[in-house]
Design a protein around this ligand. Structure first.
Ligand code: HEM
Length: 405
């Protein structure tokens, strides 16, 4: 057992986050950390140190161990910046909760996210995707696939999930984009106030007259164990929007880019569409877009991967590195649609493993399979080297993807 990390030998721990310089590669720093004899520490932008865990088995063990807490308000939690401490109203929305509260709260919504439940949404997802492919084809060429397709489709799927009435959708899309793309803190705060005001009204309406959607069903079950009260239901609607919009949008954009760059893969999927589900999981593994997530704080001294992590120390589960661990994935840097492996860590692992994962798989498959089936002549309007990526963001993705046909 190594008491102190190997890193003590080096003058300064590496900085985290690490930026990608190529969309198909992960930064060398992840490999360097993974190849050390034991986990070491990295320096966060806040100036604090946190343990960086990068081997597949270590990340899985860490995320599956309740001695590591998700409580973002804990002073040792490895926030990138100290001012990121979430407002109290968001602390109750699953992501930042620990057992036993988390177990109860997750159980209250889990039935809406099972493979069988989300399968019921497939026809509606197909309608949304078809509508946006129609719009794309009717619009000017070249078009930005991110703006015209990858962004709106997941947002409309969230509208279905949380039950945004049809007449409110244009407003909801506009205000969500304002919040997500605000260029000044003031614009962000104004947009956020408007969005939270809307969510509050949405929940109040559903409390008066329950509707057949995730929030409506929870509103009708008020008082049952784990079922959120009004304030927490507003926070949950907001959290589902935040967790469920940008991530699928990023994979749709990156997946379209990769397939447009690889005619051999497009042909393989066209010849045998039953390969799409495996291709989607391989896209999730290969890009592992949740750059910063899976962070925890140790509640007790824990031995992990050959080091002792002290109670109160922050730990980062670096799934970007773990999903390229050659001990777990043969030829990890090769994108292989025959890999047929769902045990990647792109959705995390353990109690907090992505609630939306079954829905996302449907969404991504319908979006990409429909796009390539309906526009077989689709092609990149700019080379991959000229594209702009979200290098500074919490989730990796494309700012824009110019395409033509
Ligand atoms: C490609 C798309 C997505 C990716 C890569 C992704 C990734 C993740 C990851 C890594 C976590 C675990 C975080 C942690 O343990 O700290 C997570 C949690 C979560 N995700 Fe996703 N997600 C995606 C889409 C979605 C969608 C569409 C929804 C909702 C409709 C969603 C809802 C959630 C929720 C509610 C949690 C928190 C679960 C809990 O704490 O119990 N996600 N996601």
């Amino acid at each position: 057992m190594t008491e102190a990390p190997d890193i003590t030998a080096s003058p300064e721990p590496p900085s985290y986050p690490m930026r990608r310089t190529c969309p198909y590669e992960v930064p060398d720093g992840y490999r360097e950390l993974r190849e050390r004899p034991a986990p070491g520490k990295v320096r966060l932008p806040s100036g604090k140190l946190a343990w960086a865990v990068t081997r597949y088995e270590d990340v899985k063990a860490m995320l599956g161990d309740n001695r590591f807490s998700s409580d973002l308000r804990h002073p040792g939690f490895p926030l990138l910046m100290d001012h990121q401490v979430p407002a109290p109203e968001f602390s109750t929305s699953l992501v930042g909760m620990d057992p036993p509260e988390h177990t109860l709260a997750r159980r209250a919504v889990a039935s809406d996210f099972t493979p069988r439940s989300v399968e019921r949404l497939r026809p509606r997802v197909q309608e949304i995707v078809d509508e946006y492919v129609d719009r794309l084809m009717e619009g000017p060429r070249p078009a930005d696939l991110v703006d015209a397709f990858a962004n709106p489709v997941p947002l409309l799927v969230i509208c279905e999930l949380i039950g945004v009435p049809f007449d409110d959708r244009d407003f909801f899309l506009r205000i969500s984009f304002t919040v997500m793309n605000a260029t000044t803190p003031e614009a962000g705060a104004r947009g956020m106030a408007e969005l939270m005001g809307y969510m509050d009204k949405l929940v109040t309406d559903k409390e008066r007259e329950p509707t057949d959607d995730v929030i409506g069903r929870l509103a009708a079950r008020r008082g049952e164990p784990g079922v959120p009260d009004h304030r927490d239901l507003v926070a949950m609607a907001f959290m589902l929007l935040m967790a469920g919009h940008e991530t699928p949008a990023n994979i749709i954009g990156l997946g379209a880019m990769l397939l447009l760059d690889r005619p051999d893969l497009r042909k393989a999927l066209r010849d045998d569409p039953s390969r799409w589900p495996a291709a989607i999981d391989e896209l999730l593994r290969f890009f592992t877009i949740a750059e910063i997530g899976n962070s925890r704080v140790a509640l007790a001294d824990v031995e992990l991967g050959g080091v002792r992590i002290g109670a109160g120390e922050g730990v980062l589960g670096l799934t970007v590195g773990a999903n390229r661990d050659p001990e777990r994935f043969p030829d990890p840097d090769v994108f292989d649609i025959d890999r047929v492996d769902r045990r990647h860590l792109a959705f995390g692992h353990g109690a907090h493993q992505c609630l939306g994962q079954h829905l996302v798989r449907i969404e991504l498959e319908v979006a990409l399979a429909t796009l390539f089936a309906r526009i077989p002549e689709l092609r990149l309007a700019e080379p991959v080297e000229a594209l702009r990526f979200k290098e500074e963001h919490v989730n990796y993705g494309l700012h824009a993807l110019p395409v033509t046909w």
